[in-house]
Design a protein around this ligand. Structure first.
Ligand code: SF4
Length: 225
Protein backbone atom coordinates (compact mmCIF):
# COMPACT_ATOMS: atom_id res chain seq x y z
CA UNK A 1 0.00 0.00 0.00
CA UNK A 2 1.47 3.38 -0.91
CA UNK A 3 1.37 6.44 1.31
CA UNK A 4 -1.63 8.20 -0.34
CA UNK A 5 -3.67 4.97 -0.15
CA UNK A 6 -2.73 4.44 3.48
CA UNK A 7 -3.73 8.03 4.30
CA UNK A 8 -7.13 7.40 2.70
CA UNK A 9 -7.51 4.18 4.69
CA UNK A 10 -6.52 5.90 7.92
CA UNK A 11 -8.99 8.73 7.32
CA UNK A 12 -11.77 6.17 6.86
CA UNK A 13 -10.78 4.41 10.10
CA UNK A 14 -10.55 7.69 12.02
CA UNK A 15 -14.06 8.53 10.81
CA UNK A 16 -15.34 5.11 11.79
CA UNK A 17 -13.83 4.85 15.28
CA UNK A 18 -13.47 8.51 16.33
CA UNK A 19 -10.85 7.49 18.90
CA UNK A 20 -10.52 9.39 22.13
CA UNK A 21 -7.47 9.55 24.35
CA UNK A 22 -8.52 7.52 27.41
CA UNK A 23 -5.47 8.77 29.32
CA UNK A 24 -6.43 12.45 29.05
CA UNK A 25 -6.76 13.91 32.53
CA UNK A 26 -5.31 10.87 34.29
CA UNK A 27 -2.38 11.18 36.67
CA UNK A 28 0.76 10.12 34.69
CA UNK A 29 1.56 7.28 37.09
CA UNK A 30 -2.04 6.08 37.08
CA UNK A 31 -1.94 6.05 33.25
CA UNK A 32 1.26 3.97 33.32
CA UNK A 33 -0.36 1.49 35.73
CA UNK A 34 -3.37 1.32 33.42
CA UNK A 35 -1.16 0.57 30.40
CA UNK A 36 0.50 -2.30 32.30
CA UNK A 37 -2.86 -3.63 33.55
CA UNK A 38 -4.20 -3.57 29.97
CA UNK A 39 -1.51 -5.94 28.67
CA UNK A 40 -3.17 -9.18 27.55
CA UNK A 41 -6.52 -7.81 28.70
CA UNK A 42 -9.53 -6.07 27.18
CA UNK A 43 -10.41 -2.38 27.55
CA UNK A 44 -13.54 -3.27 29.48
CA UNK A 45 -11.73 -5.39 32.07
CA UNK A 46 -8.90 -2.87 32.37
CA UNK A 47 -11.41 -0.11 33.04
CA UNK A 48 -13.14 -2.22 35.69
CA UNK A 49 -9.86 -3.12 37.41
CA UNK A 50 -8.67 0.50 37.40
CA UNK A 51 -12.00 1.63 38.90
CA UNK A 52 -11.64 -1.00 41.58
CA UNK A 53 -8.12 0.19 42.32
CA UNK A 54 -9.16 3.86 42.37
CA UNK A 55 -11.93 3.03 44.84
CA UNK A 56 -9.15 2.41 47.41
CA UNK A 57 -7.84 5.97 47.02
CA UNK A 58 -5.63 7.95 44.62
CA UNK A 59 -3.39 5.72 42.50
CA UNK A 60 0.04 7.10 43.32
CA UNK A 61 3.43 5.42 43.55
CA UNK A 62 3.48 5.86 47.34
CA UNK A 63 -0.06 4.50 47.73
CA UNK A 64 0.84 1.43 45.64
CA UNK A 65 3.86 0.72 47.85
CA UNK A 66 1.68 0.96 50.95
CA UNK A 67 -0.76 -1.66 49.68
CA UNK A 68 -0.14 -5.31 50.49
CA UNK A 69 1.07 -7.06 47.31
CA UNK A 70 -1.50 -9.86 47.79
CA UNK A 71 -4.29 -7.27 47.96
CA UNK A 72 -3.04 -5.68 44.75
CA UNK A 73 -2.83 -9.08 43.05
CA UNK A 74 -6.44 -9.79 44.02
CA UNK A 75 -7.58 -6.49 42.47
CA UNK A 76 -5.62 -7.02 39.26
CA UNK A 77 -6.54 -10.72 38.88
CA UNK A 78 -9.47 -10.16 36.43
CA UNK A 79 -7.03 -8.53 33.97
CA UNK A 80 -4.77 -11.60 34.01
CA UNK A 81 -1.06 -12.08 34.74
CA UNK A 82 -1.53 -10.30 38.06
CA UNK A 83 1.43 -12.09 39.63
CA UNK A 84 3.70 -10.70 36.92
CA UNK A 85 2.11 -7.26 36.66
CA UNK A 86 2.03 -6.43 40.37
CA UNK A 87 5.80 -6.87 41.01
CA UNK A 88 6.42 -4.79 37.87
CA UNK A 89 4.14 -1.98 39.08
CA UNK A 90 5.64 -2.07 42.57
CA UNK A 91 9.21 -1.93 41.23
CA UNK A 92 8.31 1.07 39.06
CA UNK A 93 6.64 2.76 42.05
CA UNK A 94 9.73 2.13 44.20
CA UNK A 95 12.08 3.49 41.53
CA UNK A 96 9.93 6.61 41.14
CA UNK A 97 9.84 7.21 44.89
CA UNK A 98 13.60 6.69 45.22
CA UNK A 99 14.67 8.72 42.20
CA UNK A 100 11.85 11.12 41.25
CA UNK A 101 10.05 11.93 44.49
CA UNK A 102 7.33 9.49 43.43
CA UNK A 103 6.33 11.59 40.42
CA UNK A 104 6.63 11.40 36.64
CA UNK A 105 6.94 15.17 35.97
CA UNK A 106 10.54 14.79 34.77
CA UNK A 107 9.44 12.28 32.13
CA UNK A 108 6.97 14.80 30.74
CA UNK A 109 9.38 17.75 30.87
CA UNK A 110 12.24 15.93 29.13
CA UNK A 111 12.59 15.80 25.31
CA UNK A 112 10.95 12.68 23.90
CA UNK A 113 14.05 10.60 22.99
CA UNK A 114 15.57 11.11 26.46
CA UNK A 115 12.22 10.54 28.18
CA UNK A 116 11.86 7.28 26.21
CA UNK A 117 15.27 6.12 27.46
CA UNK A 118 14.28 7.07 31.01
CA UNK A 119 11.06 5.08 30.70
CA UNK A 120 12.88 2.07 29.27
CA UNK A 121 15.14 2.13 32.32
CA UNK A 122 12.13 1.64 34.60
CA UNK A 123 11.74 -2.01 35.58
CA UNK A 124 9.41 -3.89 33.23
CA UNK A 125 8.80 -0.99 30.82
CA UNK A 126 9.37 -2.01 27.18
CA UNK A 127 9.25 0.01 23.93
CA UNK A 128 5.50 -0.43 23.47
CA UNK A 129 4.59 0.73 26.98
CA UNK A 130 7.04 3.65 26.70
CA UNK A 131 5.63 4.75 23.33
CA UNK A 132 1.99 4.49 24.46
CA UNK A 133 2.72 6.50 27.60
CA UNK A 134 4.73 9.17 25.74
CA UNK A 135 2.02 9.50 23.13
CA UNK A 136 -1.13 9.47 25.27
CA UNK A 137 0.17 11.05 28.47
CA UNK A 138 3.03 13.32 27.39
CA UNK A 139 1.53 14.20 23.99
CA UNK A 140 4.67 13.19 22.07
CA UNK A 141 4.68 12.04 18.46
CA UNK A 142 5.76 8.45 19.12
CA UNK A 143 3.97 5.77 17.07
CA UNK A 144 2.84 3.16 19.61
CA UNK A 145 2.41 -0.27 18.14
CA UNK A 146 0.79 -3.46 19.33
CA UNK A 147 0.23 -6.86 17.71
CA UNK A 148 -2.81 -5.56 15.76
CA UNK A 149 -0.84 -2.69 14.24
CA UNK A 150 2.13 -4.95 13.47
CA UNK A 151 -0.25 -7.34 11.67
CA UNK A 152 -1.78 -4.51 9.61
CA UNK A 153 1.71 -3.22 8.73
CA UNK A 154 2.56 -6.69 7.42
CA UNK A 155 -0.73 -7.25 5.59
CA UNK A 156 -0.62 -3.85 3.89
CA UNK A 157 3.09 -4.15 3.08
CA UNK A 158 3.95 -1.06 5.09
CA UNK A 159 7.02 -2.74 6.52
CA UNK A 160 9.12 -5.82 5.90
CA UNK A 161 10.82 -5.50 9.29
CA UNK A 162 10.23 -8.15 11.94
CA UNK A 163 11.12 -6.27 15.11
CA UNK A 164 9.30 -3.50 16.99
CA UNK A 165 11.78 -0.72 16.20
CA UNK A 166 12.08 -1.67 12.53
CA UNK A 167 8.32 -1.71 11.92
CA UNK A 168 8.02 1.49 13.96
CA UNK A 169 10.49 3.38 11.75
CA UNK A 170 8.57 2.31 8.63
CA UNK A 171 5.18 3.19 10.12
CA UNK A 172 6.33 6.69 10.97
CA UNK A 173 6.71 7.34 7.24
CA UNK A 174 3.02 6.54 6.75
CA UNK A 175 1.40 8.13 9.80
CA UNK A 176 1.90 11.87 10.14
CA UNK A 177 2.96 13.22 13.53
CA UNK A 178 -0.41 14.82 14.23
CA UNK A 179 -2.30 11.60 13.45
CA UNK A 180 -0.22 9.19 15.51
CA UNK A 181 -2.30 9.44 18.68
CA UNK A 182 -5.73 8.94 17.12
CA UNK A 183 -4.23 6.82 14.33
CA UNK A 184 -2.77 4.16 16.57
CA UNK A 185 -6.02 3.90 18.55
CA UNK A 186 -8.07 3.62 15.33
CA UNK A 187 -5.76 0.95 13.89
CA UNK A 188 -6.00 -1.09 17.10
CA UNK A 189 -9.80 -0.90 17.01
CA UNK A 190 -9.82 -1.94 13.36
CA UNK A 191 -7.46 -4.87 14.03
CA UNK A 192 -9.65 -6.04 16.90
CA UNK A 193 -12.98 -5.64 15.17
CA UNK A 194 -12.40 -6.33 11.48
CA UNK A 195 -8.91 -7.26 10.31
CA UNK A 196 -8.51 -10.01 12.86
CA UNK A 197 -5.51 -12.30 12.97
CA UNK A 198 -7.03 -15.69 12.17
CA UNK A 199 -9.93 -14.74 9.98
CA UNK A 200 -10.08 -11.15 8.72
CA UNK A 201 -13.70 -10.07 8.28
CA UNK A 202 -13.21 -8.90 4.70
CA UNK A 203 -16.94 -9.22 4.04
CA UNK A 204 -17.62 -6.15 6.19
CA UNK A 205 -14.30 -4.35 5.75
CA UNK A 206 -14.69 -0.58 5.22
CA UNK A 207 -11.33 -0.34 3.40
CA UNK A 208 -11.75 -3.43 1.24
CA UNK A 209 -11.11 -1.64 -2.07
CA UNK A 210 -7.79 -0.25 -0.88
CA UNK A 211 -6.50 -3.43 0.73
CA UNK A 212 -3.63 -5.17 -1.07
CA UNK A 213 -3.14 -8.00 1.41
CA UNK A 214 -2.57 -11.61 0.38
CA UNK A 215 -4.90 -12.47 3.27
CA UNK A 216 -7.78 -10.57 1.66
CA UNK A 217 -10.64 -12.93 0.86
CA UNK A 218 -13.08 -12.57 -2.04
CA UNK A 219 -16.24 -10.92 -0.80
CA UNK A 220 -18.69 -13.43 -2.20
CA UNK A 221 -16.80 -16.37 -0.69
CA UNK A 222 -16.45 -14.48 2.57
CA UNK A 223 -20.21 -13.79 2.68
CA UNK A 224 -20.91 -17.51 2.38
CA UNK A 225 -18.56 -17.99 5.33
S1 SF4 B 1 -9.96 -6.57 3.18
FE1 SF4 B 1 -9.64 -8.15 4.72
S2 SF4 B 1 -7.42 -8.37 4.90
FE2 SF4 B 1 -7.85 -6.42 3.90
S3 SF4 B 1 -7.91 -4.90 5.53
FE3 SF4 B 1 -9.99 -5.58 5.19
S4 SF4 B 1 -10.29 -7.23 6.66
FE4 SF4 B 1 -8.08 -6.92 6.49
Amino acid sequence: MDVPTFRRVLRALLDRYKPRNWAAGLDPFEALVSIIVSQNSTDLVTERVMKDLAARGPISSRAILKMRPERLIAILRPAGLARQKVPKIRKIARTLVETHDGKMDAFIATPAPVAREMLLELPGVGPKTADVWLNLVAGRDTMPMDTHIARLARRWHLSAAKDYDGINVDLRRYVSERERQAGHLALISFGREICQARRPRCEVCPVYEDCDSEDKRPRRAAAKG
